[in-house]
Design a protein around this ligand. Structure first.
Ligand code: G1P
Length: 286
């Protein structure tokens, strides 16, 4: 049985949904309290057993590389000032995993971004996590998917229920129930209108794929939005093989959406012992 060790995190997108905040900085570096969104994603990956993180990046995303690297000047100054706690926190970030970067030279869509990592994956199963999608859960969401993968040894996507009116924002599956948390995927459609959506189970940025997906991605034509879609390649793959969805336990925040991002900030601030009581008091008085 092959173990899922690697994750591909595509971060090349321009982040236009979050302008003007993203004019001069990557959207993935926006913070939830004091940690950038992308660090939450990487921490979930590591807590799920991943030891190699492959970022598919672009020229405007250098801050992400710096964040997961050492910063000797900062370390020196923190050491001089005796700020031990902060120093160890800074070290931990760059030591969490092995970080690899590859560039997506042209923005041709999510499917193309994953294709860019083909040589770095080889013939192992691998995870994909999207930098906008934060999932707050007791057991890391990706770990829940990997458990399903270990059982069926084929593609698994992470899904959650969304409002029917919102199906046009997501990849939506047509499910065949297996058990409480697992379904088999009959069909997979990228951003269907509510009238055409086969369910309200939406994929929210978590995938476990086999390397055979590259055979499909390599031939994939443009789909929704004129882009090469990962969803379309998975839809073809499952017709030949099989695909499963894990209805993960956890709360999903689409941090590419301004209001959802604010909700995520409130949630993660309330989880912090140091801020919980004063924030609750503040919100009550608003
Ligand atoms: C992408 C995927 C879509 C998925 C969504 C949220 O769309 O193509 O299937 O449901 O992420 O994870 P995007 O939000 O990049 O347009």
């Amino acid at each position: 049985m092959k173990k899922v060790r690697k994750v591909v995190i595509p971060v090349a997108g321009l982040g236009t949904r979050f302008l003007p905040a993203t004019k001069a900085q990557p959207k993935e570096m926006l913070p939830l309290v004091d940690k950038p969104i992308i660090q939450y994603i990487v921490e979930e990956a590591v807590a799920s057993g991943i030891d190699e993180v492959i970022f598919v990046t672009s020229s405007t995303k250098r801050a992400i590389e710096d964040h997961f690297d050492r910063n000797f000047e900062l370390e020196y100054r923190l050491r001089q000032k005796g700020k031990r706690e902060q120093l160890s926190e800074i070290y931990t970030i760059s030591d969490m995993a092995k970080f690899i970067y590859t560039r997506q030279k042209t923005p041709k869509g999510l499917g193309h971004a994953i294709w860019t990592a083909k040589e770095l994956i080889g013939d192992e199963p691998f995870a994909v996590m999207l930098g906008d999608d934060v999932i707050d859960s007791k057991t890391p969401a990706l770990k829940q998917l990997i458990k399903v993968f270990d059982k069926y040894q084929d593609i698994v996507v992470g899904v959650t229920k969304v409002a029917k009116k919102d199906t046009g924002k997501y990849g939506i599956i047509d499910p065949v129930p297996i058990d409480e948390n697992t379904v088999e995927i009959k069909r997979f459609i990228e951003k269907p209108s509510p009238a055409k959506a086969p369910s309200n189970l939406a994929v929210t940025g978590r995938y476990v794929l086999t390397s055979e997906i590259f055979d499909y991605l390599g031939k994939q034509k443009k789909g929704a939005g004129g882009e090469i879609q990962l969803t379309d390649a998975i839809a073809k793959y499952i017709k030949k093989r099989a695909g499963y969805a894990c209805i993960y336990k956890g709360d999903y925040y689409d941090c590419g959406n301004k209001l959802e991002y604010v909700k995520a900030i409130v949630n993660y601030t309330l989880k912090r012992k140091d801020f919980r009581a004063p924030l609750k008091k503040y919100l009550k008085n608003l």
